[in-house]
Design a protein around this ligand. Structure first.
Ligand SMILES: N[C@@H]1[C@@H](O)[C@H](O)[C@@H](COP(=O)(O)O)O[C@@H]1O
Length: 257
């Protein structure tokens, strides 16, 4: 695992956007795993700018999102499909038919999960998986205690995750209780993983992911076993990471602390 520390949120976002854009330029038909939440938004804004100035194109790219709330239709304002359309897809030159998000209202969610896995496989697997991290160490919607061996599946959301995500809903009661998420096994199958974290409130979750035991009670800790994983952090999220664990070669000079 490599750890790139950037001075603040904007620098973290720029660094992650450049790391991914380099790969997309090298492999225009790349398969990207995407995440929601507020953390990747800055990276998405950088991608949009790069597409506008023609230094990046998503014309050949296929995307698979990590997760979706169960029960929310794709056009629901708080659905992750809507989030992706509004925050990224509508501004870039991607083929909408090649953007995949689990369907929160599939009549047969278990079957839908299997089909989602098959679709990923048919696309050749995920080349780069983007991740955020929850304060309890969740990645995607894989909550503490989730089996490491799962592919896409249905999960019950923890109360702390519902609470944290209630900021996007009118009230806590409106936050769905379940979600569909790629599993930890799906995430580990990606050829490369880039996890973004920003802010002091993520520092403990980040520390445990990097230095804690590899345990199902802290889902992100499984990434210690991934052969090609990069954490791109801002100073606040990295505040518990000692200097000698930081990889300076990855940070571009103009975005370092
Ligand atoms: N399912 C998403 C995760 O994929 C995301 O990483 C997490 C953190 O979100 P934020 O980046 O807003 O802190 O929130 C949600 O629960």
């Amino acid at each position: 695992m490599k750890i790139a520390v950037q001075k603040d949120y904007d620098a973290m976002s720029l660094c992650a956007a450049r790391l991914t854009a380099e790969e997309i330029n090298k492999h225009p038909e790349l398969v990207l795993g995407l995440a929601t939440g507020s953390t990747p938004l800055g990276m998405y804004r950088n991608w949009i700018r790069m597409v506008k100035d023609s230094s990046l194109s998503f014309a050949g790219v296929t995307t698979f999102n990590l997760d979706e709330y169960l029960g929310l239709p794709p056009n629901h304002p708080q659905s992750y499909r809507q989030f992706m359309n509004e925050q990224l897809f509508r501004y870039i030159d991607i083929n909408p038919a090649r953007t995949f998000v689990p369907n929160g209202i599939s009549p047969d969610p278990l079957r839908h999960c299997k089909e989602y896995d098959l679709r990923i496989e048919k696309a050749g697997g995920i080349d780069i998986q983007i991740l955020g991290i929850g304060r309890n160490g969740h990645i995607g919607f894989n909550e503490p205690g989730e089996d490491f061996g799962q592919l896409t599946h249905v999960v019950k959301l923890s109360e702390s995750t519902r609470q944290a995500n209630s900021r996007f809903f009118p009230s806590l009661d409106d936050v769905p209780t379940h979600a569909i998420t790629m599993g930890l096994k799906s995430i580990m199958k990606a050829r490369k993983v880039i996890l973004l974290a920003s802010g002091e409130d993520k520092s403990e979750a980040v520390f445990r992911a990097v230095f804690g035991d590899v345990t199902e009670s802290h889902p992100a800790s499984i990434l210690q076993l991934h052969p090609n994983c990069i954490f791109v952090l801002d100073e606040a999220a990295a505040s518990k990471i000692p200097a000698d664990a930081r990889d300076w070669s990855l940070c571009m000079a103009d975005t370092r602390p």
